[in-house]
Design a binder for this molecule. Structure first.
Ligand SMILES: [Zn+2]
Length: 109
């Protein structure tokens, strides 16, 4: 077993890691986990596989930066076209919005 390159104290143990992106399950893949600091190391070929799965599921690159703009007395968040397409959102559609710690959750009904 290899020594952990991060802490140098633990050894790397083969584990199975579940990968989830934007709440979508991408499957379970082999990885190495440090027995001391619990850091998980995923090989570049596995990262490539996970990326391919994310592309296959249509969620690769869905995350985006957007700006808050003023509209009347409220603020509006522009939803990027790729997210509109992915979630099949419609103009004037009613959504449910609420805070979750420091995040804003917008749920389509
Ligand atoms: Zn470690």
């Amino acid at each position: 077993m290899n020594k952990c390159p991060l802490c140098g104290k633990g050894k790397l143990k083969l584990v199975k890691e579940k990968h989830v992106m934007f709440g979508v399950d991408l499957g379970t893949y082999p990885a190495e986990k440090c027995t001391f600091c619990s850091e998980i190391f995923t090989g570049s070929s596995i990262i490539k596989k996970i990326e391919e799965m994310a592309k296959k599921k249509g969620i690769w690159g869905l995350g985006a930066t957007t700006k808050i703009t003023k509209t009347g007395n409220s603020l509006a968040v522009r939803i990027p076209k790729k997210i509109v397409k992915y979630l099949k959102l419609k103009n004037s559609e009613e959504v449910y919005i609420y805070p979750e710690k420091d995040k804003i959750i917008i749920e389509s009904k």
